[in-house]
Structures are given as structure tokens and as C-alpha cells.
Write a protein that binds this ligand. Sequence first.
Ligand code: IFM
Length: 443
Amino acid sequence: MAFNFTRADFPSDFQFGAATAAYQIEGTSFGRVGSSHWDTFAAVPGNVVNAEDGRVACDHYHRWGADLDLVRDGNFDVYRFSTMWPRVMPDGRTVSAEGLDFYDRLADGIVARGLSPSLTLYHWDMPSALADKGGWTNSDVGKWFADYTQAVIGRIGDRMDAVATINEPWCVAWLSHFLGGHAPGLRDVRAAARAMHHVLVAHARSMEVMRAAGQKNLGIVLNFEHSQAASDAPEDAVAARVYDGIYNRWFAGALSHGAYPEDILSALTPHMPEGFEDDMAAISGPIDWLGVNYYTRSLHQNVPGMAWPSERAVPGELPKTAQDWEIYPEGLYGVLMRLQRDFTGDLPIYVTENGMAGRDPGDRGAVDDPARVAYFDAHVGAVRRAIADGAPVKGYFAWSLLDNYEWAFGYDKRFGIVHVDYETQARTPKGSYRAFQKALARS
Ligand code: IFM
């Protein structure tokens, strides 16, 4: 099965990439890695499917060379990856030469294959030593993250073409501190409000360090959902608006306009860190690009009598992925157009993640994933339409290169364009990988 697009349908400098994240693929038992809050979260029964963790993952620590060959041979331009904070600083504060050596080899390997390296500094692996001090709820986290940034950039920054500070602040803050779905698994509005702010302060401090070091092409990666009311009832419209405020407008508003959306801030104000207003100028300092991660739309319903935010997501009628996420490419078009109109103007945008968990056949042989091919095709089509309508989208990266550790879903959900047999660690390119390889070939 082939895509309905090729590279030639995009501007000549448009970049296609494949993305991964350290905790999801490397294997924390390889090399010297400190404990992270994901290790301890996963150790509590009920938090993660089958209580699985990142100890082995895809053993990318030893197999990175072959994995990078796959990115190159798939005809991708960019490899998006992250560094693991507890590998670089096992106790959260002290730099490990062994950890940096690993990323040094990896950086060289990316460049040696003619790929453009796109680094994400934080993709969710907060060192336990810092989590013990409150992690994202502690106002010192900005300083801790700045020091970590310095360590990574000082060693591999010279080879990075693009750097993002943080992946998906909504997940780092709200999902992890209010909804309890990700590490550290809190359900605490005060912790959540603090994390919602401190994650952006950390972004700002990290930007300052990188600007001072002369590092170029810096951004942050936000996740967006197309949130809609579950019915025509006005209360459901309010419910969708609240969700949109927490998920989409909070971060885009702070970064673009230096202000949190008033409707959400008014509910969170009693829990916000004192003097948070003083940080807004730094938070809205210039970035060079914005990363957009998009997967699905969500439908929201008002729940009478429930404490704020009195809404819940309800299932919709569209076809769904194996994770029960509705497939809605129009939402990606809408997000890209809205960003340009309401938030980021002509700032370059990269779709840094998009993809689906599929019901791919078993653990052997060539893997056929026509549903994933159709998903990518439709979403790349939405990007094409957005570009035609004036959105400044400069790249599209598939999530993910490999089947990997899907957080609270353990290894149960497979997002890869390359199948991983977790018993043998054999990699098998799926149909979607072949489709990219063909569409992206340079004639
Ligand atoms: O696997 C994750 C990734 O780590 C962050 N963005 C969403 C993906 C799919 O859930």
C-alpha cells in the first residue's frame, strides 16, 4: 500500500522525520542510569499495563546503529530523539561522563548517516532524586533543568540542528499531577497548577542557557487535541471550552502572548505559585519554531455537580485506533490553521509527532499495517492542505520509528513503523515504513 503523496508535493526544504524518546526505547538497565519517576510509578500495581517499565524497552542503547540505519534507509531527513535526564545525571544533579559519552556517539551516528538531528531535552524521565524534592511542583526545577540543559548542550549541541526544551507540557503537568495517569501519578489540583507553571519556567530557563551558549534553532513541543462538545447543549460547549483551555490554550497562550487564558487561570489562581506573573515575560521569550504533536479529537460533556473542571470526555463515533483514539485528520488541519491565526503567526511549525497504535498482526515476519498507512496518508494530506492555505508548516515527523514503551499502556500498544519483537529485539519494517521509504525517495 502506498501513500497518495510524495516528497515532490512539498516545498523543497520541507523535512520528513521519524521520532523516538529515550525512556521508551533505550533500556534503563543498560549503562549507568539513575532511577526516574517512571520506574517508581510503573512499580505500583495498576499504574501501567502488566506493570511494565523501561528497563529493557527496545535495547536501543546497544542497537542504536542499526536503528539509525533504518531512519536513513527509510529516506527520512530528520531523526528526532531525546536525551534521558537520569542517564546524563543519575542523581539529577551530577553529570555522568558515561551518560554523555553515549549521546556523543549517538549524535555522531546521526550525522554520519546524513540525518539532521532534532533533540528533545525532556521527554518525561524526571530523576527520582529530584522527584523526591517535589519534581515539577518545586520552584527550583527551572534551575535543575537549566543545569541539565547546559550539560547536554555543552557536549552534543554542536551537532544538533534543532533543539526542543520539553515534550508535551500538558502531559508533564496536567496528566501527571491532576489526572494521575502518568508519573508521578498525583491527583492534586495544587500540584497540578504549580507543574503547569513550572514546566514553562523550566522551558524559559533552558532557552536562556541555550541562547547564551549560541545554540540555534530552538523550540518547544506542545500536544494539541481538537476538542469538541459532545452535543448541542450549551453546557457541553462550556465543557469543551474548559478542556481546550487546559489542554491547548494554556501553553500556546503563555508562550505566544505571555498570558494564561483567563477562564482557566481564574479557577487555578488560588493554587498558582506566588509571583508567577513575574515569569510570564521570560516564558513568552522568542522561540524559533513550535513543535505540534497531534493524534486525535476528543468530545466533552458537562458533568453536573462535579468540582471544576466539571467535564468528562466521552467516546465519539469515528473510527478508532487500537488505543481508542478517534481518527480525525481534519483536526490537524484545524490546529495548524488556528495556531497561525490565534497564536504563533508566521513562526515555523513542525508536526513533531503524529501516528497511531495499530492492531498489527503478530510478532513475526513482515508486518502489514494498512490502517496506519491510511492514517499517515490522511494526516500528511491535512498538512498539505494547511500549507496550501498559508500555514507555515516546515516538517512532519512520524511517531514512532519503533514499537516501544507506550507509558501507562506498557508494551501493549504499538505505534512503530518498524515492528519490534520484544523477545528477540528483531526489527521488522512494516508496510507504513515501506510507504514512507517510497514516497520520500529522492529521484
Ligand atoms: O508515545 C507517546 C509519546 O511519548 C508522546 N506523544 C504521544 C505518544 C503516543 O501516545
